[in-house]
Design a protein around this ligand. Structure first.
Ligand code: PMP
Length: 398
């Protein structure tokens, strides 16, 4: 016997906060979500930067259905040739610099960060990591070790030792890092959960130089910034600094669970010997997930213009003029609207929901409202959303 899904959600499913949104979503299509009462919400967060080509794109749905009918799981990752995996790997590396030509597919972003950390230890023979303060790289214990914020990590110690934290853009601090022990620098080109704060180009260049001088790997976490989110296919393409390892997730699977780390063939091959099976996964590169991911990637490349993504971001910035807005951070359709406090943001999110706008806040910037809609959002939808949000601001000032 099933009980009501909302009751089951609250009683029999793990919660991640005391106050989940608990809206009962029953359908999603294009740029909209629908709840059990039939109410429609314009999606302003895309599952947190996942549904970049919109929900249920017909080409993605068709690819999933076709692959599910052919075969699903057949064998653990890395033993058999599976066309959806091979095709997607080819499609991805064809759009990346030459040194990023070998993909390891896993099941989530955090898992991909973990794989990249293991790769760095294996190929450098070193143990330490450099990470930025206020970065988020995932919730399992490898990526959690890269999290500077004690509030989130103290209950789970001991974590990995020897992580050196640097504030974003603090080039000076780089001189006091014990580089001879550093296996990798793990960094987001744009720090998402800090409220969409981009690294300065000279800082990224300094990281590149330090890694080159000291045989450490430069790992870019583009889990949230990838796949057109910031108005270029990947955010590192805005800055002209190429990493040794690119870590992807979220939109990588076109709405299905997928992570991946991409590096050069000579580096990646070291996970396959001494010891063999250096990194293994049962479900990584699941054929249905890869089929969805490749279809979404194809849609992104053929139907979505990066210039339009940049223009749409500017439209939001223009439309959200109100004294309550302190600032709007970000690029393309990855925006943080800064208000005075978390209370204001929470209030705003609630009032937006009532009016049919689905939004969220940020882990380390709770005074910022998150805007990361599907890249397929139209100019009219942006205008409408901005009008509604400004109305909400006005009401909150009364
Ligand atoms: N890195 C970044 C930048 C992220 O935004 C996230 C997810 N919010 C992760 C890593 C972890 O991804 P996942 O939740 O798929 O493990």
């Amino acid at each position: 016997m099933h009980i009501h899904p909302r009751q089951a959600f609250l009683s029999h499913m793990a919660q991640t906060s005391p106050n989940p949104m608990a809206i009962h979503i029953t359908r999603a299509s294009g740029n909209y979500l629908y709840d059990a009462s039939g109410k429609k919400y314009l999606d302003l967060i895309a599952g947190i930067s996942v549904c970049n080509v919109g929900h249920q794109h017909p080409k993605v749905v068709e690819a999933v259905q076709k692959q599910a009918a052919e075969f699903m799981h057949v064998m653990v990752y890395g033993e058999t040739v599976q066309t959806p995996q091979s095709n997607y790997a080819c499609a991805l590396v064809s759009k990346l610099p030459e040194n990023l030509d070998c993909c390891y597919f896993v099941n989530s972003g955090g898992e991909a960060i973990d794989g990249a950390m293991k790769l760095a230890k294996r190929v450098t023979g070193k143990s330490d990591f450099v990470a930025l303060t206020n970065a988020y790289h995932g919730s399992s214990q490898g990526p959690l070790s890269l999290m500077s914020n004690d509030y989130y990590s103290q209950a789970y110690r001991p974590l990995l030792p020897s992580v050196h934290f640097v504030d974003q853009n603090d080039i000076e601090k780089l001189n006091s890092i014990p580089w001879s022990r550093v296996a990798a620098v793990v960094v987001e080109v744009i720090q998402a959960e800090r409220g969409v704060q981009p690294c300065d180009v000279p800082f990224l260049q300094a990281l590149r130089q330090k890694c080159d001088e000291h045989c450490a790997l430069l790992v870019f976490d583009e889990i949230q910034t990838g796949f057109g989110r910031t108005g270029s296919l990947f955010a590192f393409q805005h800055v002209g600094v190429v990493p040794d390892v690119l870590v992807l997730g979220k939109a990588l699977g076109g709405g299905m669970p997928m992570g991946g780390f991409i590096t050069s063939k000579p580096l990646m091959s070291q996970l396959s010997y001494n010891p063999i099976l250096g990194h293994i996964t049962t479900f990584g590169g699941h054929p249905v997930v890869c089929a969805a991911g490749e279809a979404a990637f194809d849609v992104l490349l053929s139907e979505i213009s990066m210039d339009d993504v940049l223009k749409k971001g500017e439209l939001f910035k223009k439309g959200l003029k109100h004294p309550m807005v302190k600032n709007i951070h970000g690029k393309g359709l990855m925006l943080a609207v800064e208000l005075d406090s978390f209370e204001l943001v929470q209030n705003c999110i609630q009032k937006m929901l009532e009016r049919g706008l689905f939004s969220d806040w940020f882990l380390y910037a709770p005074n910022c409202l998150r805007l990361a809609p599907p890249l397929t959002i139209t100019e009219e939808e942006i205008q409408w959303a901005c009008e509604v949000i400004v109305e909400v601001f006005k009401e909150m000032c009364e």
